[in-house]
Design a protein around this ligand. Structure first.
Ligand code: URA
Length: 439
């Protein structure tokens, strides 16, 4: 007989759970036989007593199998099915760039993205800034478009890994989110249910990262690589910097403009380009589309220079209901905030530290993110022209532009950007943009 309390007791007493224990518990969660209190108790036991790699793999697989698992084999795609996932950041629009780039290099990217969470932006909210873009097509349309376009970015469906949804909701209100074992299973169950051959994980470190310390970011990256590979999906991870906004802008319509400028070659901000190239090169390598880093980078650069990556993005947008001339006439479609105010540097000096989380929360306060899940979003607002770490600034020079709905919101935005930037007389040591490749 299935008794959830026996499984909880075993973990409480520091014994290793078997694959069968974990499968039974997760099936019980999905079927409604396990109560919220039992989920909370197991989550707390795992938080304190941890899980081995074998347990994490079993948990990930069981959560994957709690719902629909996409399969691509029957489509006979002429290339690997590969995706990238990140732990979340500010001004991080790499998904919108590397999806089309990898598709232009022969990969198939069925990307299932999330909404903004806390101070971080969400790819789905950015895509919703494009009028007409449907982030929730049915699965048959999704599969057909992945085959036709090579890249399709949509939202999480209720059918994929439903056990994670229930377990995450309980973790969120019982102070048990911060378990590397459970974060790993939560992220990977969703990625495995998308039927990927290969995954590259972007784990952020720094003042805007989801993980609280550099060491914890390393631990999560290592866990994801061992568990992803253990569950049969080729998995690699890069540890990248989130001590400042990745792009010099943050906001929804604002980041779509940045996407268009990047793909069409109008502007490729250095750090954004570095992280996008590093992640997409890893995607080509891990999925077998390139044999060396040099080959991968040269293919990706060609995808950009030839306009093929931009064309894939445009094709994705129109296939999902967006405007056919978005890339040619973005101003016709993307919202612009009525008020734009510069943030003026109060003193001379170097930008020494940036509270990146604070910058993300500024965008949320302007209306560009949510305080509660049911809140609406103002796609037009956000920040542009953000000064970078190490930049020399003279008093009176702008360090950012705040784009707001009204003057009051703009003034609050200016104050919180100023609070996020610290100046010093000497130049700081700059963090690397990509810290480590964990494979
Ligand atoms: N993101 C997820 O999807 N799951 C977690 O547990 C944490 C972050």
């Amino acid at each position: 007989m299935f008794l959830p309390q026996e499984i909880i007791r075993k973990k409480r007493d520091r014994h290793e759970l078997s694959e069968a224990d974990i499968a039974a518990f997760v099936q019980g969660v999905t079927a409604g036989q396990v109560t919220d209190s039992q989920i909370a108790a197991l989550a707390m036991a795992v938080f304190f007593n941890d899980m081995s790699v074998a347990e994490r793999v079993a948990m990930t697989r069981a959560m994957r199998d709690s719902g629909q698992v996409l399969e691509w084999r029957s489509l006979n795609l002429p290339g690997p099915v590969v995706d990238k996932h990140s732990t979340g950041g500010v001004g991080d629009l790499t998904s919108l760039l590397l999806g089309p780039m990898v598709a232009a290099c022969g990969g198939f990217v069925p990307m299932i993205s999330g909404r903004g969470l806390g101070h971080t932006g969400g790819t789905l909210d950015k895509l919703d800034a494009i009028p007409g873009y449907n982030t929730a097509p049915d699965i048959d349309t999704f599969r057909r478009l992945v085959r036709e376009v090579g890249v399709v970015i949509i939202g999480q469906t209720a059918q994929l890994a439903p056990a994670d949804k229930r377990i995450y909701a309980v973790r969120d209100v019982t102070a048990t989110v911060e378990s590397v074992a459970m974060i790993t299973a939560s992220i990977l169950s969703k990625k495995l249910s998308a039927g990927l051959d290969a995954l590259v994980m972007d784990v952020k470190a720094g003042s805007g990262a989801f993980m609280p310390t550099f060491e914890k970011s390393v631990e999560l990256a290592e866990s994801i690589v061992s568990v992803g590979n253990g569950a049969g999906m080729k998995t690699a991870a890069l540890l990248t910097d989130m001590n400042q906004s990745l792009a010099p802008c943050a906001g929804n319509a604002i980041e779509i403009r940045c996407t268009i400028d990047y793909l069409t070659g109008k502007q490729r901000p250095t750090r954004l380009h570095e992280v996008t190239m590093a992640l997409s090169a890893r995607m080509l390598l891990v999925s077998g589309l390139a044999q060396t880093e040099t080959e991968a980078r040269s293919k990706l650069q060609q995808a950009l220079d030839s306009g093929h990556a931009a064309a894939r993005f445009a094709h994705m947008v129109t296939s999902l209901g967006g405007p056919a001339d978005l890339l040619e006439a973005p101003d016709r479609y993307l919202a612009v905030a009525p008020v734009a105010v510069p943030v003026i540097a109060p003193r001379n000096g170097y930008i020494h530290t940036v509270d990146c989380r604070g910058l993300g929360l500024t965008v949320v306060s302007l209306g560009g993110g949510r305080h509660r899940a049911e809140d609406g979003i103002d796609y037009a607002v956000g920040l542009t022209d953000l000064a970078e770490l190490g930049q020399r600034i003279e008093a009176g020079q702008p360090i950012a532009m705040v784009h707001a709905r009204d003057n009051d919101a703009a003034q609050q935005g200016v104050a919180s950007v100023l609070a996020a930037y610290q100046f010093a007389d000497t130049a700081p040591t700059l963090p690397p943009t990509v810290y480590r490749d964990i494979s």
